[in-house]
Design a protein. Structure first.
Length: 314
């Protein structure tokens, strides 16, 4: 089976790295790395599988005589013309789930950093100042996780040793989840009223856009902290700034913001109880390996004649 790796960079890394890992996972298959548009058009003719961050439907799909699967390397597929793939009878999969370990670790670090006030410790160390200060514990606290997909579930698993109560909020609460209790979005404020730490790990949808707004900050206890590893627009930025200025929230750890990148003159940079990282929670040296593992499992299913592919989006 010929597998085409498209030429675009993946998270700033060369597609050649990804191609080499695929060769390790699937040694009995031909893996072709296209370095130019011409090489893509030539290789797609008899490729059974194509994989990469993108796929130029107009120039590639008409020539894809043997293509059975396009394996995307991102969790989302909004940049792909799924209807065109469906019409051509080509399955599409995504990389959902690959970020569970690394982003959940980021969220744990953020929660511990704010509870133990490591930022204050760093400031005092910079001043060579030895002075004790009060801190908090995650043990015995209530942590609400909005979004119980791969990231949310991994986070809850990591939280178990901390002895915290966990509340989950998801679009379909009837599915249950790993948290002690599960709420629907219409019950969000019931969960927020009990929350000491709020972690956002949900996709950006019509339901979650602006989910954490002035009303939400009014419901949260003023000592509560916020961790956002979802998407910036899940939080109303102006309302967050207002809540911070009015001491309606204890602190925030933001890997995503709205707008993004965060402008140099934005007020969020100026709060001592706000941590900002540059959409970096998803970075991991294991990314290619995890994506290649999904691809390898799906290639095996294709060879077995199965249509129930892992992470199938179309």
């Amino acid at each position: 089976m010929r597998i085409l790796v498209t030429r675009q960079k993946i998270h700033g890394h060369s597609a050649a790295e990804y191609a080499e890992i695929i060769r390790e996972r699937l040694p009995n298959h031909e893996v072709v790395l296209a370095r130019t548009p011409e090489e893509e058009r030539e290789a797609i003719v008899d490729a059974a599988v194509a994989t990469g961050p993108g796929f130029t439907v107009e120039s590639l799909l008409p020539s894809a005589e043997s293509l059975r699967l396009f394996a995307g390397v991102y969790a989302g597929t909004g940049h792909l013309d799924l209807d065109a793939f469906r019409e051509a009878g080509v399955a599409v999969t995504n990389a959902s789930g690959v970020h569970g370990p690394n982003i959940s670790e980021y969220a744990i670090g953020a929660l511990v950093t704010m509870a133990r006030d490591f930022r204050r410790a760093t400031r005092q160390q910079d001043r060579r100042e030895w002075r004790a200060y009060p801190t908090r514990e995650l043990h015995g606290s209530t942590i609400t996780v909005v979004g119980l997909g791969a990231i949310g579930q991994a986070l809850v698993d990591h939280l178990e040793p901390f002895g915290a109560e966990t509340l989950g909020v998801r679009y379909s609460p009837e599915k249950g989840g790993p948290t002690d209790e599960v709420f629907g979005y219409e019950e969000l404020h019931d969960a927020l009223a009990r929350t000491d730490h709020l972690v956002l790990a949900c996709p950006l949808t019509d339901e979650t856009g602006g989910l954490v707004d002035a009303e939400a900050f009014g419901t949260l206890p003023p000592h509560a902290t916020l961790v956002n590893v979802a998407r910036g627009p899940v939080v109303d930025t102006d309302d967050l700034v207002s809540a911070l200025r009015r001491n309606l929230i204890g602190g925030a750890f933001l890997d995503v913001t709205d707008p993004e990148p965060l402008p140099e003159d934005h007020p969020l940079w100026g709060f001592e109880n706000v941590h900002v990282t540059p959409h970096n929670a998803g970075h991991t040296p294991e990314y290619f390996a995890r994506v290649a593992d999904i691809l390898a499992r799906n290639v095996e299913r294709l060879e077995a004649g199965e249509e129930d592919l892992e992470n199938r989006a179309a």
